[in-house]
Design a protein around this ligand. Structure first.
Ligand SMILES: [Zn+2]
Length: 286
């Protein structure tokens, strides 16, 4: 690919670091923390880092989680606000908390959705199963409301799948198999499996991807050079994969380093172009 080619990162986090719980911040901030702190306090610093990494666009996650980082819906509105100055390059991903009552959920969805490229739900940090709306589970109608709203408004929902080592994360909720129900019951909903069930549910994520053509895989949080070990039959699902880094999760070296590692993989150039450029606009509501 030519040297002036630019790419897209579908999954990073920007957090007001002074507002999250101390224990959470401590695990989050690794060696690259100095630069990351600057980035979180100023969108222009992020733009600088993106230019340096040849990134044209990024999508920025947000979700309330009193259970882990300690913030509520204020994190969602912080991210929307953070993106506002560079709206052509910074794309907010919003959220709600499934434990909120339905009226509150609808109000928050209506307030944020016109700004968003997607919604994110984090079962491991919000302590629920994606299929908890079902009567044989917890009968949580709030989830049904969110899935219907997303389907009707062409908003994909990105679900964290796989583990998390952050304080009070409940890993059991990260099993991708719960999404089998969601994909069955909401056939119009575009579902994105973030992290592909890493590191021990990859086979389930692979199955769900093959079964439902409306399910996509965000490869963020998987060290790029291990991608083909985790997904030995990667070529079967590659067309529905999107590139992301998951900055600043522990183990992610940086926006540029992560992208370069992905681009050095031994897969066809045409696939890299789909995954790290074209699919972003195909999956997200841009
Ligand atoms: Zn993430």
């Amino acid at each position: 690919m030519s040297s002036n080619q630019t790419y897209k990162d579908c999954h990073i986090h920007i957090i007001p670091l002074n507002k999250i719980k101390y224990e959470f911040r401590k695990v989050l901030l690794t060696k690259q923390s100095k630069n990351y702190e600057e980035i979180c306090s100023s969108p222009s610093k992020l733009i600088e880092a993106m230019d340096n990494a040849n990134l044209e666009k990024v999508a920025i996650m947000s979700y309330p989680s009193p259970e882990t980082h300690g913030m509520g819906m204020d994190l969602v509105y912080f991210v929307i606000d953070y993106c506002s100055e560079y709206r052509d390059r910074l794309h907010p991903v919003g959220s709600i908390h499934p434990s909120m009552d339905i009226k509150e959920i609808v109000e928050h969805l209506e307030r944020q959705y016109s700004e968003l490229v997607a919604l994110k739900l984090h079962p491991v940090h919000q302590h629920f199963k994606p299929n908890d709306y079902r009567s044989e589970e917890r009968n949580m109608k709030s989830l049904e409301v969110v899935y219907e709203f997303a389907s009707d408004n062409n908003l994909p929902i990105l679900f964290h799948t796989g583990t998390s080592i952050l304080p009070n994360a409940r890993v059991k909720f990260g099993d991708p198999l719960y999404l089998d129900d969601v994909a069955n019951d909401f056939p119009k909903l575009k579902i994105i499996l973030a992290h592909g069930g890493r590191p021990f549910w990859m086979d389930k994520a692979f199955f769900i991807m093959r079964r439902f053509k409306n399910v996509w895989l965000d490869i963020s949080g998987i060290p790029p050079k291990r991608l083909l070990d985790y997904f030995p039959r990667f070529e079967v699902i590659a067309e529905r994969c999107i590139y992301g880094s998951d900055l600043p999760s522990p183990g992610v070296k940086g926006l540029k380093e992560n992208l370069e590692e992905f681009l050095s993989l031994q897969i066809p150039e045409e696939l890299k172009e789909r995954i790290a450029i074209k699919n972003f606009d195909k999956v997200y509501r841009v």
